[in-house]
Design a protein around this ligand. Structure first.
Ligand SMILES: NC(=O)CCC(=O)C(=O)O
Length: 309
């Protein structure tokens, strides 16, 4: 069914999963159909030693509970405010990056290392998500593509674009669980990005996030469920824990939505480590039973990457 779906993308030359490679020793035919994830709805921790201790303890719990992937929130190592991004920004391969790579390797677990402010050689700063495979290699990197610029009357105001640059790549990487997509928080509002990840073969999309008290109650659950149901894949959103004293107060409510649009798990607002088992055969089941992608009117409309135009 998935192959038929991918063939249906007339006008595109995209491969099912052109990015990355399977971790050493894993063959495509050995794809696994169950994935036990852990989502750390954690406080923002800026002190490196405290962060290392916290993540190590979290990894130990993941090992005890047989989790195969740990997901962290957006900006888990830097306060989510414009002034802090340049202060905590580090290049790819910096100290937090290295810590995450080391932990993934030591505990032999996939680590979706939330986002870290990334400073580039030309002085730009990106809101960057990294994923490390169980051998500690960087398996994926996604620079937040849609910057969070909003001004809700009487509610949340924020302008990431005052300091951050936007990424410009769709990110899907290979795992033994099949192709996995990666997006960051505000990216969840853009159906075109999620459709492109689905067309590239993603069965799961990981979304480090930090919604707020204005848009969280209105849109958080709705957006995760709608991207899941529209694209018939799992969407996993991991938020920071709520801290009422922060300049930006996070909504929390880390969530996992399945390809039918159902919520498998959802945290409350505070610190929590949530475990959820994803049955990845649900992707094929829903695509078999409700084959929306076979009815795409690609003769009338298409979602294509710039490189395919
Ligand atoms: N950190 C973010 O991108 C926040 C996105 C958000 O709150 C929204 O409503 O969208």
């Amino acid at each position: 069914m998935t192959e038929e779906w991918l063939r249906n993308r007339r006008g595109t030359d995209m491969q099912a999963c052109p990015l990355g490679s399977l971790p050493a020793g894993i063959k495509e035919e050995a794809r696994m159909d169950r994935l036990r994830i852990a989502q750390a709805q954690m406080p923002v921790i800026t002190d490196r030693d405290t962060l290392a201790d916290y993540l190590k303890k979290t990894m130990e719990t993941c090992t005890e509970k047989n989790a195969e992937l740990l997901a962290l929130p957006e900006m888990f190592c830097c306060p989510y405010d414009i002034k802090s991004f340049p202060v905590f920004a580090e290049p790819e391969g910096g100290s937090v990056w290295q810590l995450c790579s080391d932990l993934a390797r030591s505990f032999h677990i996939w680590l979706s290392a939330g986002t870290i402010p990334e400073r580039t050689a030309d002085g730009r700063i990106y809101n960057t998500a990294y994923v490390f495979s169980p051998d500690g290699r960087q398996a994926a990197k996604h620079r937040k593509m849609h910057l969070f610029d909003i001004g809700v009357k009487g509610g949340q105001h924020f302008r990431e674009s005052d300091i951050l640059s936007a990424g410009d790549s769709v990110t899907v990487f290979s795992t033994e669980f099949g192709p996995v997509g990666l997006a960051v928080c505000f990216d969840i509002r853009f159906p075109e990005l999620f459709r492109l990840m689905a067309l590239k073969g993603a069965r799961i999309v990981l979304v480090p996030a930090a919604f707020n008290l204005t848009t969280g109650p209105m849109h958080w659950e709705l957006l995760f469920r709608s991207q899941a149901v529209n694209n018939q894949l799992f969407v996993v959103g991991t938020s920071s824990a709520r801290d009422e004293s922060a300049s930006y107060v996070s909504w929390g409510h880390s969530i996992a939505a399945d390809p039918w649009g159902r919520i498998l798990s959802q945290a409350d607002a505070g610190e929590e480590l949530v475990f959820t088992e994803l049955d990845l055969t649900e992707v094929e089941k829903v695509r078999e039973q409700i084959p929306v992608m076979n009815s795409l009117r690609t003769d009338v409309y298409q979602v294509r990457e710039e490189s395919d135009l």
